[in-house]
Write a protein that binds this ligand. Structure first.
Ligand code: GAP
Length: 457
């Protein structure tokens, strides 16, 4: 029997029901474009981050990590070009007051909400969230929440270069929150006002940039297929038709969401725009330094070749992924509804075990039976010692309900302790995807769980 196509609403419902994602500020009516991650969402996000960090930092010898502040000096965001230029065209409906992003409107002559053609002319709407920091603040914006991690990496380029033995090419990776005052957050966690990025800036010699752009484009697509397990036919790379003024080449890795292909990661050749503009800003800064305290910094974000002594501003190839979008794509891909022989439907999240929020669940068949609970607790402790992630013990005595819950959160294997275990020291291992049940000695459980989690079976 053909099951109905999955929709974003299926994922939204599962996320709420099983504790992956909740609405931000929920009991106060919500806060548009913000979400809170519950127990299983936290684990899944952490596993995606780790998978990215493993590939981008630990598996390589040319990429370092960084975790920069989310709050940044206004000047940094002025010279990065964001204060003057990071905006979207906003259109307001005179009739119903709806505010829309012009480039995302269904028909640019009509209000998306009420259909009226009585619209205000578009105006540029600043996407950065301004802050007034410090007790002496006079109410003027003197800082911003960062709208991307990249700029905070560029301004640390020299710090990292000086503190490590790297020569070009090398990269700096960063995972962290970014904030954008999006006009119309949409698509669940697809477009939020507070979200998470995993970005890597790769510094290269001018002239090498095209080669490294192509290298990173391929590495990143391969990560989506090989590490996250997204089928290649659900991904595509779309070069930008209109390049930003600083970009020499740019494109998006897109995933096929239920409504069509949309961006999950960008790959950009930013040339020397960013390091160059933060270097040029330092001249202006030098003048300001006479009147501003604590600004003796006149840093050149340049690279000196140790062999030739030549000094130049490196080019940057950037990979910029949205972690929340990765989680959404992953859940959409893994979400499966299956018709069982008894006519019932089972929902199962077929995540790769390495990414599953819970690695194994131990389930005594009956509730509060001390003999069964003791054995289950011993197995639970043994599995915890493996250090593979979250292990759960269920003591509700409702095995059917437990299996359903763990299928829905994507737990790859459940271990059931029953009365026969007391006689033969064997337990039942039940595998999520096949529902196959195998009787194994307790002494084999840890080894088998390790095999499952490392993808060996
Ligand atoms: N440093 C470059 C940069 O920030 P971007 O295309 O604006 O590039 C990179 O953002 C990625 O961040 C996007 O591909 C997307 O996955 C994610 N992203 C951007 N805005 C987002 C939002 N409002 N909500 C969720 N994810 C977002």
């Amino acid at each position: 029997m053909i099951m109905p196509a999955k929709t974003v609403n299926d994922i939204v419902a599962l996320c709420k029901r099983r504790g992956f994602i909740f609405t931000g500020s929920e009991i106060y009516g919500g806060m548009g474009g913000t979400y809170d991650y519950g127990p299983y969402g936290v684990e899944l996000m952490k596993n995606i981050r780790n998978a990215w960090w493993n590939a981008m930092v630990y598996s390589r010898n040319d990429v370092e990590g960084l975790d920069a502040s989310l709050i940044g000096n206004r000047l940094m965001w002025k010279y990065s070009g964001h204060e003057g230029g990071f905006s979207d065209p906003l259109v307001e409906c005179k009739k119903c007051g709806a505010r829309m992003r012009q480039d995302k409107m269904r028909d640019q002559t009509k209000c998306d909400n009420c259909g009226s053609t009585d619209l205000m002319p578009p105006r540029e709407y600043q996407l950065m969230m301004g802050l007034t920091i410090g007790a002496v603040s006079d109410g003027e914006i003197n800082a911003y929440l960062r709208p991307e991690t990249a700029t905070t990496t560029y301004i640390n380029f020299k710090n990292v270069l000086d503190a490590t033995p790297h020569k070009l090419p090398f990269g700096i990776a960063q995972i962290g929150k970014a904030f954008r005052n999006e006009i119309s957050p949409r698509g669940f966690v697809f477009r939020m006002r507070e979200f998470e990025q995993a970005e890597m800036q790769y510094f290269v010699r001018p002239g090498d940039d095209e080669r490294y752009f192509e290298m990173w484009r391929q590495i990143r697509i391969a990560w989506w297929t090989d590490v996250l397990g997204i089928p290649a036919n659900k991904l595509r790379f779309t070069p930008h038709e209109k390049l930003a003024h600083y970009a020499k080449a740019a494109g998006d890795i897109e995933y096929e969401f239920p409504d069509g292909f949309d961006e999950v990661e960008g790959v950009h050749n930013r040339q020397d725009f960013d390091l160059g503009s933060h270097t040029k800003s330092q001249d202006e800064f030098k003048i300001n330094a006479r009147v501003m305290k604590n600004t003796d910094s006149t840093v050149k974000l340049a690279y000196s070749d140790p062999q030739t002594g030549e000094s130049f501003i490196p080019y940057v190839v950037e990979t910029a992924m949205g972690v929340n979008r990765a989680m959404m794509a992953l859940m959409l891909e893994a979400y499966t509804e299956e018709q069982l022989p008894d006519g019932k439907t089972r929902t199962v999240l077929k995540l790769k075990p390495q990414l599953s929020p819970v690695k194994a669940a131990v389930i005594p068949l009956a509730r509060n039976v001390p003999e069964l609970l003791n054995i289950a607790t011993d197995i639970e402790n043994e599995l915890r010692k493996l250090g593979i992630g979250r292990i759960e013990l269920e003591n509700s005595g409702n095995i059917g309900k437990n299996y359903r819950r763990h299928d829905e959160i994507g737990t790859p294997v459940c271990i059931t302790v029953d009365h026969q275990t007391l006689d033969d020291n064997m337990v039942t291992m039940r595998y999520r995807d096949t529902m196959a049940q195998v009787r194994v000695p307790i002494s084999d459980v840890a080894k088998r769980v390790l095999e499952v989690v490392s993808g060996l079976c």
